[in-house]
Write a protein that binds this ligand. Structure first.
Ligand code: SAM
Length: 261
């Protein structure tokens, strides 16, 4: 965009590679009666293609300097609504109650400074069919990490329990303007059709958060407030004990523990 002063503080690295845009669009498995929510349309590189899908598109953009550019797109597409607000300030639950839809999608080239906050918000306040998100490569590694690796943490367990996660594309930093410092990955989260049975999700989510609280500590130390005997009995089934660290436990093992608490 000519004469536009890109703001680093808003994560403004705009996609300029049409091939990557097409890959993102092609990865969306659009179903009937869908809403697509885009976070940060920027100058509309992705938005232009999203409106061609059979869905209503709602884009949240914090920077009103982009309004003039985005107004044209909104005028030409009556399935597009742009809302100039900080996405993090939206009461998503309440907002979605005012909409009629069967399937909900989140598609975004995320502003990196709030990647985790956005994903936490979406997963807590809504029930997406799919999320297709461009994130920094190292963040993507954390989402799909397996046990006994340095990237495996509570967010990996949380997301892998809820979604089937796959990589859509590895994206060179040269696909953006201005060029960021690191490469990115487009990652797809597809809501699991049949989730593993968790008796109480609040208990499960608290257990994983507490287990990973101090990464270097073992389960015995991180879970002092829990019934350790019960936990140990479950761990025995997997030839493990309380000296194990959270990073060595699989999603299934965490679920088994939480179902026995
Ligand atoms: N979608 C465009 C593209 O791919 O070229 C722009 C992506 S750019 C990485 C991130 C966009 O998010 C910017 O347009 C920025 O202004 C916007 N943004 C940053 N923080 C935001 C927030 N809290 N709520 C909504 N939009 C935000």
């Amino acid at each position: 965009m000519k004469n536009f002063e890109y703001k680093k503080s808003l994560g403004q690295n705009f996609l300029i590679d049409q091939n990557i845009i097409n890959k993102i669009i092609n990865s969306i498995d659009i179903r009937e009666d869908s809403i697509i929510i885009e976070i940060g349309p920027g100058s509309g590189a992705l938005t232009k293609k999203l409106v061609e899908l059979n869905a209503n598109v709602i884009s949240f953009e914090i920077d009103t300097r982009l309004k003039e550019e985005l107004d044209k797109l909104e005028k030409d597409n009556n399935n597009l609504k742009i809302i100039y607000e900080d996405f993090l300030n939206i009461d998503l639950n309440k907002f979605l109650k005012t909409k009629k839809y069967k399937n909900l999608y989140f598609v975004a080239n995320l502003p990196y400074y709030i990647t985790t906050a956005i994903i936490n918000k979406i997963t807590k306040e809504s029930n997406p069919t799919e999320m297709i998100l461009m994130v920094q490569k190292e963040v993507a590694e954390r989402f799909s990490a397996v046990p006994n690796t340095k990237d495996y943490g509570s967010i990996s367990v949380f997301l892998q329990y809820n979604y089937d996660i796959s990589k859509v594309a590895i994206v060179s930093k040269n696909c953006f303007f201005p060029v960021p410092k690191v490469d990115s990955v487009v990652i797809k989260f597809k809501s699991k059709e049949s989730k593993l049975k968790v008796n109480n999700e609040n208990v499960f989510y608290k257990l994983i958060k507490d287990s990973f609280q101090f990464k270097r500590k073992n389960l015995k130390n991180n879970l002092k407030k829990y019934d350790l005997e019960k936990i140990n009995n479950v761990l025995k089934k997997y030839n493990k004990d309380l000296t194990a660290r959270a990073e060595s436990l699989t999603v299934e093992e965490f679920i088994d523990i939480s179902n026995n608490l």
